[in-house]
Design a protein around this ligand. Structure first.
Ligand SMILES: Cc1cc2nc3c(=O)[nH]c(=O)nc-3n(C[C@H](O)[C@H](O)[C@H](O)COP(=O)(O)O)c2cc1C
Length: 207
């Protein structure tokens, strides 16, 4: 059996990025454990998505034959992103904390994939997520320490919105305190490496 892995990166740093380096380590170990899996990569920093806007919203409520080319293009982009998201069995999201939240490029990706009727729907009993059955690994990096803090609008937000879409299997690889001191950084990165190792070992044991 092979799984489809979707890797998403959002750090503005390239070679110096901790979330990218930890994501690389994660996928190297994942593919060693699951060599038949396929990885699709989406880099939201080097290839950012446009904000959702009026063209998209108006296009969604305009008859197909009456849509402008811009509406058509905006809707097609959403379709592609939603299909890529739904098709993935496992999603690995590299996410630094920026100003207590997620990078704006990642927020834009979420705005595209959170689509009523596709990834969630409203019912009389409340909203229901339609994207269940997949696992998400959040590879989170932070300059400070926010464990269980109400100031965390990064991992807490992603758990909320992905949970809203029906994903309840969310695992966090956490590297925080990276900018506090050399010692804190070293310890945190080593702990994240251990979390990666344990996460992959658990998938081997479950296979
Ligand atoms: C624009 C910007 C905003 C940031 N905001 C925060 C923040 O609110 N809290 C925090 O702990 N670190 C913050 N940081 C630090 C980053 O989270 C930290 O350096 C992290 O390692 C960056 O991820 P990367 O190494 O994958 O690029 C910020 C960094 C940048 C560039």
């Amino acid at each position: 059996m092979s799984n489809k892995i979707l890797r998403i990166d959002s750090s503005l740093n390239s070679d110096s990025s901790n979330s990218r380096r930890l994501g690389d380590r994660f996928l190297q170990q994942w593919l060693a454990a699951h060599p038949n899996d396929n990885v699709t990569a989406r880099d939201l920093a080097s290839d950012p998505l446009p904000h959702i806007g009026q063209t998209l919203l108006q296009g969604a409520t305009t008859a197909a034959e009456a849509r402008t080319q811009a509406m058509h293009d905006a809707l097609q982009r959403v379709d592609e992103l939603v299909e890529e998201f739904l098709a993935a069995d496992v999603i690995v999201i590299g996410v630094p904390m920026y100003n207590f939240g997620v990078p704006s490029t990642l927020k834009v990706w979420i705005d595209h994939i959170a689509q009523a009727g596709r990834t969630f729907r409203y019912t009389e009993a409340g909203p229901v997520g339609l994207a269940g059955g997949k696992r998400v690994y959040l590879v989170s990096t932070r300059g400070g320490v926010y464990d269980n803090s109400p100031m965390d609008h990064q991992v807490a937000y992603l758990k909320t919105v992905l949970g809203f879409l029906g994903i309840d299997d969310i695992q966090v690889i956490q590297a925080e305190g990276l900018n506090l001191s050399a010692e804190s950084r070293q310890q945190s990165l080593a702990a994240a490496e251990r979390q990666i190792h344990e996460s992959i070992a658990a998938t081997r044991a479950a296979a």
